[in-house]
Design a protein around this ligand. Structure first.
Ligand SMILES: *[C@@H]1O[C@H](CO)[C@@H](O)[C@H](O)[C@H]1NC(C)=O
Length: 220
């Protein structure tokens, strides 16, 4: 009785070869990558990439690999971390025409954060925002907002005097009220303003979705 070549072990072997080919074809990176933690085949650094306080792990890697630019990989997606102001300015400012753009992340789109200037991809919409942002937030323009910042800081100092134990809340309120006043012209209530938790919640969503490898939906 002849064995069919489509027996289960054969199929499994073929599948494995296919996976390996896929792996090697994705692995074939044309350029030398910066140093970084070794990953598993295919999975890459799924298990050793940090899911929270990622900056601490990145800093450790920088020390360990003696480089302010480190690299890791998750399921074929390559991440390069710039761990010094110098590396960041060199690549994102001096050579921004080749290195500067935003991540193309499904999680960013699903949460609506792609409407934020910080995560908006390059294009006409981005250019319009860049123009506005330059007009109102370039270094020479921000002195206009000093009175607003001073007001928020004064309020915070009074609040700290009255209820020092709630300092975290006061600091957040100071930043939130100042930002809402400058950007939207909204004057928030001194306490329990419903807008402040909304701002904080959205910022928390932002920090969750931008952690590299935290969501499989981001792996493309
Ligand atoms: C954000 O993503 C959604 C869904 O892909 C898209 O419809 C929308 O145009 C995007 N907005 C911006 C500003 O890119």
């Amino acid at each position: 009785m002849a064995m069919s070549i489509f027996s289960t072990p054969m199929l499994l072997a073929a599948f494995e070869i296919l996976l390996l080919l896929l792996y090697f074809s994705r692995r074939r990176v044309k350029y030398r990558l910066p140093p970084g933690p070794k990953g598993l085949p295919i999975l890459g650094n799924v298990f050793n990439a940090p899911k929270s306080f990622e900056w601490l792990a990145y800093q450790d890697w920088s020390r360990q690999y003696d480089s302010d630019v480190v690299h890791f990989e998750i399921l074929g997606t390559h991440y390069v971390v710039l761990n010094s102001a110098k590396a960041t300015v060199d690549l994102f400012e001096k050579r921004s025409n080749i290195y500067s753009d935003k991540i193309d992340s499904p999680m960013v789109k699903l949460t609506g954060w792609n409407r934020s200037f910080a995560l908006m991809g390059y294009g006409d919409y981005w250019r319009a925002h860049r123009r506005l942002s330059h007009q109102y937030f370039r270094p020479a323009a921000v002195s206009k907002y000093y009175p607003s910042s001073a007001k928020s800081v004064h309020e915070m100092i009074l609040a700290l005097r009255d209820t020092p134990g709630r300092f975290m809340e006061h600091i957040r309120h100071m930043a939130g009220s100042n930002i809402l006043r400058i950007v939207y012209g909204i004057e928030v209530k001194p306490e329990d303003d419903p807008l402040i938790p909304i701002v904080e919640e959205s910022v928390q969503v932002f920090s969750k979705i931008t952690v590299a490898g935290a969501y499989l939906g981001n792996v493309t």
